[in-house]
Design a binder for this molecule. Structure first.
Ligand code: KIV
Length: 257
């Protein structure tokens, strides 16, 4: 699937369902779950590489993990989910030329068909415009943007009038400059609804209520594999305990043989 096809989901009021993946097993699980989109998010720095934040992730890491994810796909190419890779911290904040080089590297060396960039500050708008003009589709990401956690923490955004207005404006600008969709993270449900109504491109929510055009989740959170669960992702299974118990049972049984 190409990014432009995702926009048609909104026209048909068809929900977009997305999961993150970081290796071939999680890629295969996401694909087999029939998601529309697999995001190789920089959250892999935490859920897969053991870092405390997304900031240490490098361009080499995202390329390596994007390739691992798509090696896990088993469906025919035309039935595979759209793959979007995150631009790691410092691959797009240092200006347009560097951003084109790094985003181009991702597109050139993986099966990702688009990249995701956090924020919508004037400098970032310029970067996004340039990437799109150079043929690289961009997914926006506003609200809580984890790469800015040193400034904004990990708290819900869009609670004050000022913050609400800022996020609404950013969403419109991202559409105007050509993003094919926007992730809305950890904002009030009614704000997400208003943005969803105002835009023709799809909004994909995480911790943004039920009114977005789609939903994305960090697969490890959904499966309950992490020790630190974000407040807006209720696990559907207590995966860590399940696997721990089963493996403990297996180890104990082997000792008796
Ligand atoms: O990195 C990531 O997994 C993300 C999701 C939270 C949308 O950006």
């Amino acid at each position: 699937m190409l990014p432009s096809e995702l926009v048609k989901y909104k026209e048909k009021s068809q929900k977009i369902i997305a999961l993150t993946a970081w290796d071939s097993i999680s890629g295969s699980i996401a694909e087999q779950a029939n998601v529309d989109l697999v995001l190789v998010g920089d959250s892999l720095a935490m859920v897969c590489l053991g870092h405390k934040s997304t900031l240490p992730l490098t361009i080499e890491n995202i390329i390596y993990h994007t390739n691992a994810v798509t090696r896990g796909f088993k469906k025919k190419i035309e039935d595979q989910p759209l793959v979007v890779s995150d631009m790691p911290f410092l691959t797009y904040q240092c200006g347009e030329d560097k951003a084109v080089e790094y985003a181009g590297k991702i597109i050139q060396s993986t099966y990702a068909k688009a990249i995701k960039v956090e924020g919508a500050e004037p400098e970032i708008q310029k970067v996004i415009s340039r990437l799109i003009r150079m043929g690289i589709p961009v997914m926006g990401h506003i609200g809580l943007t984890p790469q800015s956690f040193l400034n904004q923490g990990l708290k819900k955004q869009g609670e004050s009038l000022e913050s609400k207005e800022k996020i609404k404006k950013e969403a419109s600008i991202l559409q105007e400059i050509g993003c094919f969709s926007i992730v809305l993270e950890h904002i009030p449900e009614l704000l997400a609804k208003e943005i969803q109504n105002n835009l023709t491109i799809p909004t994909i929510g995480i911790g943004a209520g039920n009114f977005c055009d789609g939903q994305v989740r960090v697969t490890a959170d959904l499966l309950g594999l992490n020790d630190d669960q974000p407040p807006f992702c209720k696990p559907i299974v207590n995966g860590k305990k399940l696997f721990n118990d089963k493996l403990k049972e297996w180890v104990a049984a082997q000792r008796l043989n």
